[in-house]
Design a protein around this ligand. Sequence first.
Ligand code: DGY
Length: 321
Amino acid sequence: MSAKPRLLVTRRLTEAVQARAARDYDATFNEADRVFSPTELIERCQEVDAVLPCHSEIFDASVIGALPERLKIIANHSVGVDHVDLAAASARGIVVTNTPDVLSDATAEIAILCMLGAARRASEGDRMVREGRWAHWSPSFMVGRQITGRRFGVVGLGRVGRVTALRARGFGMEVHYHNRRRLSPEQEMGAVFHETLEDLLGVSDVLSLHCPATPATTGMIDAAALARLPEGAILVNTARGNLVDEVALADALRSGHLFAAGLDVYRDEPGGNPALFELENVFLLPHIGSATGETRDAMGNRALHNLDAFFAGRAPADRVS
Ligand code: DGY
């Protein structure tokens, strides 16, 4: 029997996933669940054939350049792959995979939570009650924004965007979207296509971001984009923090041009942006879009499925590079 491939699992995964990895691979785990520094990441990769990282491990060109010849696959436990320099991996002949589909429902739930939390001032209300400051009630108290029947703009009507749009429809929202290319009628599911982001912004009472972070999308929601949103709009971001210029966002929230924002992702993670913490009209979560037990199992299994295919000499289903 040939030796099992050596695998580094960079973060603690669910018990079921780690048990499967230990059964099928000569696997090393990170029980302390520490984030490895780039130097440590490189060191730990030296003796393995494969690595199963999360978005918390940055495989930039310098890390990829220092990986050993034997390491042939980066099987990500994430749908986003902006933490991996795909061109550098491809130049080294390293296969890169991700975990699409399995986190769409969980992430859509968080997008809807962010929308509702922002629209109905959930953080403000929660803090007030918890801190014993709820001393008053009147019909004009804590009045929020009703989203029922409003226009839901989606940037990136892909897997997560489509599920989120379906959920938004449950609130009677009218779905609009912008993608680089118009989708087929089945994929569009009645959503109104806008050829340009600018057009979409103009009609989005709620704008929800679901596109990947790439050089082309970084900073796409800047001051000019925010200014195009209707007065009193709500921004929801469950995709990646660097899609948004957070300075411009804080300004738009402060001025009242935006009613509120619901954010699960930030330019700096972990931690987030202190300039946003001071504002009442933001609903903030700590990058937990895919954080449910079912989804974590499914993501781990999907990453292992990709590894299994690769080491069996087949094409991994979720190869991105
Ligand atoms: C993803 O899968 O990209 C999520 O952001 C969690 O890593």
